[in-house]
Design a protein around this ligand. Structure first.
Ligand SMILES: NC(=O)c1ccc[n+]([C@@H]2O[C@H](COP(=O)([O-])OP(=O)(O)OC[C@H]3O[C@@H](n4cnc5c(N)ncnc54)[C@H](OP(=O)(O)O)[C@@H]3O)[C@@H](O)[C@H]2O)c1
Length: 300
């Protein structure tokens, strides 16, 4: 819409992907291989404009994907004490890549975050009223989210950018420490709050299809509906480890063991569902893509 992309419908797809060593970037490359889509990983650093220009000239892609960003290790609390590094990649870098792509007539599919919202009076927990694409971020509790929210607002001005609001990503690889299920199954204590989440096994292929369709703008990139920590851990117990048990704690108690507050919210996925009617609800998708393929228990 509005942006006449170089990736014309008749040209074979060729993707330039940033984030080779990352979780989402790695999965995206594997998917392209499985789908026989030509792709090259970018070697430039996001904040270095000339390195991005050189990549685009060398690769001549039809679309660019950004799965590069800093999320912090072991978690986003890292960003609180590394503000300049966070700005360099997530703000300066992401904006530079969007700007270079625009100049070259290329759509940028940007894996962004939905952790820029929190439940509020107009979108209360349990109401089923989720934040929409046109809503402005209301969560700036962590430096990570604050900068991601700023960038989303600025990227709205780039008609070549497709912003995908990813949340609490989950994949079928339960050994990956980045996987939300793996994370919460290893915590000593977990909060129990319903949230919108992204099943990567179902949604990453959709992001490739979004590129093929030259879609742009903001998209809540989550499965419809919400699931709580306890509901996921109950499924984990049923499908993976019957002896598994966990302890809950309150948000107030959680606040004592983390540096920056975390966002909890529901995103309204109806725009994505309209474009991809086959999109499954979060609980259906969890069972189909994660728990059934990993099932270790005899019966459920
Ligand atoms: N994982 C989550 O919970 C989550 C949730 C919502 C949204 N997201 C967003 O999705 C994106 C990808 O997440 P992920 O979990 O796949 O992250 P990840 O595993 O930490 O990988 C990040 C990737 O970005 C690259 N990178 C970092 N700074 C760079 C720079 N300045 N220039 C070029 N590449 C750079 C890293 O490469 P090097 O190692 O070479 O630096 C790495 O390949 C991020 O923007 C993140 O904010 C993630």
């Amino acid at each position: 819409m509005g942006f006449s992309a170089n990736g014309a419908a008749d040209k074979p797809l060729k993707f330039l992907i940033y984030g080779r060593t990352g979780w989402i970037g790695g999965l995206l490359g594997e998917l392209c291989k499985a789908k026989s889509i030509d792709f090259v990983y970018g070697s430039g650093r996001l904040e270095n404009r000339s390195s991005l220009e050189a990549d685009i000239t060398a690769v001549a892609p039809t679309h660019v994907f950004n799965a590069a960003g800093v999320t912090g290790r072991p978690n986003v609390d890292w960003c609180e004490s590394h503000k300049v590094e966070t700005i360099r990649t997530n703000v300066v870098g992401t904006l530079t890549l969007a700007d270079v792509c625009r100049e070259r007539g290329l759509i940028l599919i940007n894996y962004a975050t939905g952790c820029i919202f929190e439940y509020d009076v107009a979108h209360p927990l349990g109401s089923g009223v989720g934040f929409k694409e046109e809503d402005s971020p209301n969560f700036i509790g962590s430096f990570y989210s604050k900068t991601k929210a700023m960038v989303e607002e600025l990227l709205k001005n780039y008609e070549n950018v497709c912003t995908l609001r990813v949340r609490m990503p989950i994949s079928s690889d339960l050994s990956n420490p980045r996987n939300f299920i793996t994370k919460i199954s290893r915590y000593e204590k977990v909060v129990n709050i319903p949230n919108s989440m992204t099943i990567l096994d179902e949604l990453l292929p959709i992001s490739i299809e979004m590129a093929r369709r030259n879609l742009t703008g903001i998209w809540n990139f989550t499965n419809p509906e919400v699931v709580s920590h306890n509901e996921i851990l109950q499924m984990y117990k049923e499908y993976i480890d019957p002896s598994f048990s966990w302890k809950n704690f309150t948000l107030e108690e959680q606040a004592k063991v983390i540096v920056a507050p975390r966002s909890n919210n529901e995103l309204d996925a109806s725009k994505l569902k309209k474009e991809f009617p086959e999109l499954m609800s979060i609980k259906e998708s969890l069972i189909k893509y994660v728990f059934e393929p990993n099932k270790k228990t005899a019966s459920t």
